[in-house]
Design a binder for this molecule. Structure first.
Ligand code: ATP
Length: 369
């Protein structure tokens, strides 16, 4: 096992800068996830660690060794791709053993390792089958097993679950997590799926346009995003962003005024007429039933907005309601209990929990509050 360290790594392809000034250190044995939208540079980072891509500038360390100029096979890393290519004519056992045979590992050791890995991934009963006799999920587990059997210092996984259907994806994700807890190999995992990132990671690196936006534990990034991109990328349904104008006591949002909490006013030096982006997660918006509005007047305070119901999406335990605000060309998402009985076209009152309000600079996007 080994730590992985990148210092100011940049990779350019002619005039395209795929990644820029990437610096981070994954401690020995941890599971880190690189996440971000398509084209943000996730795979390029992984490939520079694997040695499949050279760096334009900067340093890559595995353990204490600078590996910039080492070819992939000398880096002792195992990479699993989305399109895991298994050898079609070899059995599962032979696929698992192949990398070890190439390394001239003793045959008794190979047999032991193959069996151990096959048991831990629940593919022991499949050892004699050929890949085409396996389901997609089973094939994916063989591909993971092949990487694990090599006992590399570092695992690099590039969207390894993206070919699986939803149920299998959830199951394999949970297996991966348990496996890491058992094996404890330093792992760097690439995904554009924020749920995978949140559930698997010791730490998440959020990337956008080749630049690191934030590094932190999942909950920390979720609760304290550095900027609007991170705030809206992590969380499902995503954080709502409402353009507002500061008007003294509150923010003008479309044709309505949302109260500005005193703790925000005391912290930020806002000026009248200043444009801001306000952020609120759907779970911090509550639909106020008309009959309860009067009794809740006090607590509703300045957080109330009137909205029009546009789309209702029952999710089972909860219902996702998309609403519009008059004077604004956008929709806001609100989570209500599953038994909520509203209708499309209703005008309803919603209460924003202002203790969970974010404020972003509307131009640069950085978090102001
Ligand atoms: P995805 O989630 O779509 O796989 P990604 O985040 O993994 O995307 P990369 O594949 O690392 O992104 O690509 C980052 C940027 O570098 C993109 O703009 C891509 O077009 C560019 N890029 C990657 N490889 C090359 C290459 N060999 N030649 C030219 N440009 C490249």
């Amino acid at each position: 096992m080994a730590k992985v360290k990148l210092i100011e790594v940049t990779r350019k392809f002619n005039n395209v800068t795929a990644i820029e000034d990437i610096t981070f250190e994954v401690p020995d044995g941890e599971f880190w996830v690189l996440v971000g939208p398509s084209g943000c540079g996730k795979s390029t980072i992984l490939r520079t660690i694997a040695g499949l891509e050279s760096v334009t500038s900067g340093a890559v360390y595995i353990g204490d060794d600078l590996v910039n100029h080492l070819p992939p096979r000398q880096r002792d890393v195992a990479m699993v791709f989305q399109n895991y290519a298994l050898y079609p004519h070899k059995t599962v056992a032979e696929n698992l053993a192949f990398g070890l045979q190439m390394r001239k590992v003793a045959s008794t050791t190979i047999r032991e390792r193959v069996e151990k890995v096959a048991r831990s991934l629940d593919i022991f009963h499949l050892l004699d089958r050929k890949p085409k006799q396996l389901s997609g999920g089973q094939q994916q587990r063989v591909a993971l097993g092949r990487a694990i059997a090599r006992e590399p210092k570092v695992f690099l996984l590039d969207e390894p679950l993206s070919n699986l259907d939803a149920q299998l994806r959830d199951d394999t994700r949970a297996e991966l997590k348990q496996l890491h807890q058992k094996v404890g190999v330093t792992t760097i995992y690439v995904t554009h799926d924020q749920i995978e990132a949140m559930t698997l990671a010791d730490k998440i690196i959020v990337l956008n346009r080749g630049i690191i936006q934030q590094i932190g534990e999942p909950q920390e990034i979720y609760a304290r995003p550095n900027n609007k991109m991170v705030a809206t990328f992590l969380g499902n349904p995503p954080m709502n962003i409402l353009p507002g104008i500061y008007v003294g006591d509150g923010f003008k949002i479309g044709e309505q005024i949302l109260g500005c909490p005193s703790f925000v006013r005391d912290t930020l030096k806002l000026t009248q007429g200043q444009g801001l982006d306000l952020g609120i997660r759907p779970e911090y918006i509550e639909v106020i039933e008309p009959q309860r509005r009067r009794e809740r007047r006090e607590e509703i305070g300045g957080g109330e907005l009137f909205v029009d119901v546009k789309v209702i999406e029952p999710l089972g335990r909860e219902t996702l309601v998309r609403v519009s605000l008059s004077g604004l060309d956008l929709q806001m998402e609100v989570l209500t209990p599953g038994n909520w009985r509203g209708r499309v076209g209703d005008r309803i009152s919603v209460q924003l929990d202002l203790n969970h309000l974010f404020i972003f600079d509307p131009v640069i996007g950085n978090t102001l509050y």
